[in-house]
Design a protein around this ligand. Structure first.
Ligand code: AMP
Length: 189
């Protein structure tokens, strides 16, 4: 039997994780189907398996930093940094980081915002993995990638627990950065 490491995420494991995500209709505004990961991370097995499946493609990829976005990205990002033995770089909304920052504007599926990263957070030439809970339009992750590149980092990949396939964020990120996009649970529509 050939062993293919790209196929470690069994359909059974992915279905288990999907079953732990709570769908909240019309939050934070009418028409949005909010994918609530608090029910997934509250389950010890689901959180563990989800982190395994998020980390696995990047084991041995010489990642030097994980950059994750406030606030739900921190839940996965810090844990993944510890698994991959990398540093962790928080990306935050304006006014939260205490020292000098770089800033990028971005559009959400609902609304608009800006993201900031401490100046000098990423070393020149550092290989960076960008982590968030969910990929929708890709605006948040694209803004984070631009901050990483502004500081001289190399975006090695993007990883998400959930991807809303119908919003085509993947194509946007691949076109903008050329880096691979990896998501554990796909929502078709
Ligand atoms: P985007 O920039 O459009 O890819 O949006 C991704 C960001 O918005 C992530 O940080 C998500 O946490 C959040 N987000 C967008 N849409 C949803 C949704 N339907 N359910 C939960 N979170 C969402």
């Amino acid at each position: 039997m050939d062993i293919d490491p790209d196929k470690l995420a069994s359909p059974h494991a992915v279905a288990f994780l999907a079953s732990k995500i709570r769908n909240v209709p019309d939050f934070p505004k009418p028409g949005i189907q909010f994918k609530d990961i608090t029910t997934l991370v509250a389950d010890a097995r689901a959180f563990h398996v989800c982190l395994d499946l998020m980390a696995e493609p990047f084991i041995g990829a010489d990642i030097q930093a994980v950059a994750a976005m406030e606030a739900r990205g921190f839940i996965f990002g810090g844990a993944l940094a510890a698994r991959l033995n990398t540093g962790f770089v928080p990306v935050r909304k304006p006014g939260k980081l205490p020292a000098d920052v770089d800033e990028a504007a971005y559009a959400l599926e609902y609304g608009e915002n800006r993201l900031q990263m401490h100046k000098g957070a990423i070393a020149e030439g550092a290989r960076v993995l960008i982590v968030d809970d969910l990929l929708a339009t890709g605006g948040t992750a694209e803004a984070t990638a631009s901050l990483v590149k502004t500081q001289g980092g190399i975006v090695v990949g993007f990883v998400f627990a959930i991807e809303l396939d119908f919003l085509a964020g993947r194509a946007r990120l691949e076109a903008a950065s050329g880096a691979p996009v990896h998501s554990v649970v796909h929502v078709a529509g």
